[in-house]
Design a protein around this ligand. Sequence first.
Ligand code: GLC
Length: 521
Amino acid sequence: MTTSWWREAVIYQVYLRSFADSDGDGLGDLDGLRSRLDYLQALGVDGIWLNPCYPSPDRDHGYDVADYVDIDARYGGLPAFDRLLADVHARGMKLLMDLVPNHCSSDHAWFQAALAGDQDARDRFIFRKGRGDDPPNNWQSVFGGPAWTRAGDDWYLHSFDPGQPDFNWRNPEVGAYFEDVLRFWFDRGVDGFRIDVAHMLFKHVDLPDWTGGSGYNGLAQNRPEVHDVHRRWRKLADSYGRDLTLVGEIWVPTVADLALYLRPDELPQAFFFDLLVRPWDATLFRASITRGLEEIAATGAVVTWTLANHDVHRTASRLGVVEHTSGPPTRPRGVVDTALGIRRARAAVLLELALPGSVYLYQGEEAALPEVLDLPDDARQDPTFLRTGGAEVGRDGCRVPLPWTTDGPSFGFSSSADTWLPQPPWFGDYAIESQAGVAGSAVEMHRAALAIRRAHPGGELEWLETGREDVLAFRRGGLVCVTVFGPEPHTVPYGTPLVSSDADEPAEGSVPGVTTAWFQA
Ligand code: GLC
């Protein structure tokens, strides 16, 4: 039996509008990405997850899809997509797209028809009468403010922005539509999908008020009916016989809830966010890793590790918070020690890359790029910022266009200096190209780690005694991974490491403080 490629794959997430711009309009595009495939191949990733690049009015930067079977002209349209896919495959890499099934854009033809009064079209969304002048229930949008907006006499539900009306998944036409969408892209050759908020789709049938307080609304997500959709999609994907994958973005209260989505006939993969929300603490990291390995592996699935994406603060800043004053664990705010954050982020990702399962890296993570925490308010575009009146600063700071070179009009991102979000002057210090080939750089650490991962077939994880609470060590296959969380170095009996997160030349027999190192077992 051959092992599915995705079980141990390292996938690189491309937030397209911020990756590389080929035509000088300040917005990343598909030919820009294509021009950087040599870099990604040399980095050693197995594939790319492409954030939504369908036609969209960009109320939520592509997560408001106006047409599911086309590519936005600003990114190069379908011809550029086909060129990209061919070049990705020619390099032996995979390409995953992003499916957004909970909602579409208010510009989508169905929603426009619904607004124009077409009853069949209205039944594909969730329109209800209000309670007097008030919305049909008290649900809040994930981005802040009510989850309902008035349209004529009725209100429609939008779990996110008003520009993102929720589909009515109880209408079979919606399910049939998404199966056609999946087929369209699978027939074109894509290797899988990341599924946006895969736990939402179904809402409690009666839409009652939520009385559980702010935050997670259990009536609007994680309903039992959703599992059938994933079963159907899994069957559809498997029918291609190409080992396609589906990776769910699933935020549910417990790992046990998450594991339900990974039953053998459901999704092959789902992000394990449990580790992403942990602060830099050996005990918490170990407990989270153990939860993942035990509870996810019990379903026969592997863990899909991730420390960063386009919705959370970049790891170098998130783990650099030395005094947390506000914000959720995904986007903590407070006093940030960036130098310490970078050390921790590098150590964390090297630890992650040693774990059994697959890993998703977020563009710029390989360069230890920090979050842009101080974007000017008038530059911010995230609906989270706009809908909370600035109380939540939102996600723009991890979406600033990448620095490729130390100088140039936008540090090599575009020929224009006018990028869709402004880059701070210090961005050039983290330029990806300036790290390539430089021993001790974050980019070279990733390249080395990915090469070693490929050369060493995995195996079960076995924890090793370290005698210190702030040091984790485990053996896996032919490797030992040691992470020192605290500042004091730790003596080890293994010689010189194969790779280390410390920028200095590795010393024999010792791992410095706040460092991960891999050794030959
Ligand atoms: C997911 C996406 C996020 C988007 C939201 C609504 O959480 O990752 O970027 O805003 O869904 O589609």
